[in-house]
Design a protein around this ligand. Structure first.
Ligand code: PHE
Length: 338
């Protein structure tokens, strides 16, 4: 029986030495040391031996078990090391390959244009003000000299939230909110979203406006013209021509609309300017005395000018964008161009 055990040992050690994977070593462990393993088989026959022989054979069997276990463990480490080495070799990473990149987001073209415009006016000394998009009729209309029966309310196609409360149709209500809180001199610009019941290639129910308001002593229409011309030359380029046409707004008197020479054909006439050579870009005028009254300003002492224009329209003209909807569709192919 001892001979059997010795043989089993030699056989096992040989097998262990040749084992090339951890899986095989596990198989060997089961084959020799498992519940139905070769050593166990021998030990089962221990009962057939003389009682005095049993301890000796038993202890030899245990010794062999230990030797096999140790050898398996040693070989296991060696094989594991080799397997790891192989894995590393196989999985070698080619660090010269370019990595997977993810596109960086960037500011929306409207915000870019809004920031650029804001920057030009800040350079001139204007401060940025904002106001609520859900606005009372008082601020949106009444305090801007546009009483309820005023025909100018019709052209605004207003969204009503509830009686007396609207989505602001322009940024002009912020003029009043600023004046109520500040004493002259005042020089603010107001970027913000506005809403009108309107939807086609050049109109969206939500769009962005920029309001300007300056109040001080000795302010004239010439200051307004100079400021706006400076802005246009900065934003569209020095070669942009400007003209003012008389217009009507309830909250300015006199009022005007300002045109610039067409950004596409430079004034020669094309589809964008409807062959007129000019593009209408903003409304403006001298603050109406009635508005100063609502604000609590002394309209003998102070004069002011105000203007308002669409930021989206500015962006469309600057980059020749054919439809306002492109600005709000969130199509990345379009937006990534800016
Ligand atoms: N609020 C006017 C509009 O939306 C623009 C404007 C602003 C005109 C300030 C004059 C003065 O059409």
């Amino acid at each position: 029986m001892i001979k059997d055990l010795e043989q089993i040992k030699e056989f096992a050690l040989q097998k262990i030495k040749e084992a090339e994977s951890t899986d095989i070593l596990e198989q060997i462990r089961v084959e020799f040391l498992g519940k139905k393993g070769k050593i166990t088989e021998v030990l089962k026959k221990l009962g057939s031996l003389l009682p005095e022989e049993r301890p000796k054979v038993g202890s030899i069997a245990n010794e062999i078990k230990e030797i096999i276990t140790n050898n398996i463990q040693k070989q296991y480490q060696i094989v594991l090391e080799k397997e790891l080495q192989k894995k590393i070799e196989k999985e070698q990473i080619d660090i010269t390959l370019p990595g997977r990149t993810y596109g960086n987001g960037h500011m929306h073209v409207i915000n870019q244009v809004m920031n650029e415009i804001t920057g030009i006016f800040i350079q001139m000394g204007f401060q940025v003000a904002t106001g609520p998009e859900v606005e009372t009729e008082y601020y949106n209309f009444e305090s801007l000299n546009t009483p309820e029966d005023h025909p100018a309310r019709d052209v605004h196609d207003t969204f009503y939230i509830k009686p007396g409360v609207v989505l602001r149709t322009h940024t002009s209500p912020v003029q009043m909110r600023v004046m109520e809180k500040t004493k002259p001199p005042v020089a603010v610009i107001v970027p913000g979203r506005v809403y009108r019941v309107d939807n086609d290639a050049s109109h969206s129910p939500m769009f962005n406006q920029m309001e300007g308001l300056l109040v001080d002593e000795d302010v004239t229409f010439a200051d307004l013209k100079g400021t706006l011309m400076y802005f246009v030359h900065k934003f569209f380029g020095e070669d942009t021509a400007v003209r003012f046409r008389p217009h009507y707004f309830p909250f300015t008197e006199p009022s005007a609309e300002m045109d610039i020479s067409c950004t596409v054909c430079k004034g020669k006439g094309c589809r964008v300017c409807k062959h007129s050579g000019w593009l209408e870009i903003l409304g403006c005028g001298m603050v109406h005395p009635k508005v100063f009254q609502y604000a609590g300003y002394d309209n003998e002492k102070y004069q002011g000018y105000a203007f308002g224009f669409g930021i989206d329209r500015m962006a469309m003209l600057k980059f020749a964008i054919p439809s306002i909807n492109l600005l709000f569709d969130n199509n990345l192919k379009f937006l990534e161009q800016f």
